[in-house]
Design a protein. Sequence first.
Length: 386
Amino acid sequence: MRQFSRSLILAALPLSLLSAGVAQASEVELPGTMAWTAYGTNSSGYAQAVAIGNMLQNTYGTSVRILPGDNDVSRMTPLKQGRVDLCACGIASYYGAEGVMMFAHRDWGPQPIRVITTSTASFGLSLAVAGDLDVETPADLAGKRIAYIRGDDALNKGTEAYLAFGGLTWDDVERVDFPGYARSFDGIIAGNADASFTTTVTPPAQQLASSPRGISWPVLDPDNAEGWERMMAVAPYFRPHEVTAGAGGISADNPVPSASYPYPIVVGNQDLDDKVAYGLIKALQENYDDYKDAAPGAVGYAFEHQDLQWVIPFHDAVVEYYEEIGVWTDEMQAHQEGLVERQELLVATWSDFIADAPEDEDEFRDAWMQARAEALSDAGLEPVFQ
């Protein structure tokens, strides 16, 4: 919660301070062409990448090729292989940096990625709950039938985090397995489940809201320090968020205190050229008005929505930009250095582990997760993923 409060203080910095610093910053130097991966062509993430690409083309003559990917691995593989400059990714970028879930695989392991920028828009990420139940907070989910999506670690982690906010675990609810995300909402509408994790603006949530059961969203009290501590122990990428767009009547006039995390998360490799990283963050901030209304959610790239003490380290050149405009503090630098040290420890642990790792994939994953947890714990760091 202290970290979130610091973000609010940062967001309140006067624009005059930012503009004064920008005048002293270096010029934008970008290559003639760039390649990004992003979500599918029907996603807001893809539309935002296109909008940014148009701005870069019109302002700097930089042509951006956007490669859509169907899943997290297909989006991040070209970045890992050096075939693209950036990935407009989802929360899987954090899993990749940590070497967990789909990245706890011998072909992956922890990835040395760095954040360029993120977008946090008006929607939230929450458990959509059938509206005919008396659920006001996550604690009210005790005994309810909660969807578990087979093969989707990110969605299930979000559900686990919400349960933790209410002091619950999977043992306190009835887990109902579904083969896919959309099927879970079919299950709620049919009366076979009660809640599933989603964004507040997704079509399945709208369908549930229009069904006879209706929809509700658990309220996360921003002043519930213990609840937030439990939630972030499970998924430290969540932040308190006043949701102003969503199914069931959520609007600016009828907001819901909830949670969110950035989407997309624009990341590059650690060795991304400094001029490219610096040029991008400067171009995105200085030309914000040129693309903010060009795609749904693009308003989320505004400076006031940037969490400068999040869970993935920034690229060094992005830090340099924030230093130049006068907003980077000693506390932020200490946080950044801690994230880099954590990542370096994970990469070194992986290097030692992979040399003599088990052949069986299940044994491999279990052994890696144990080695990872031990290395982090020995260094006084939270493993988060066990």
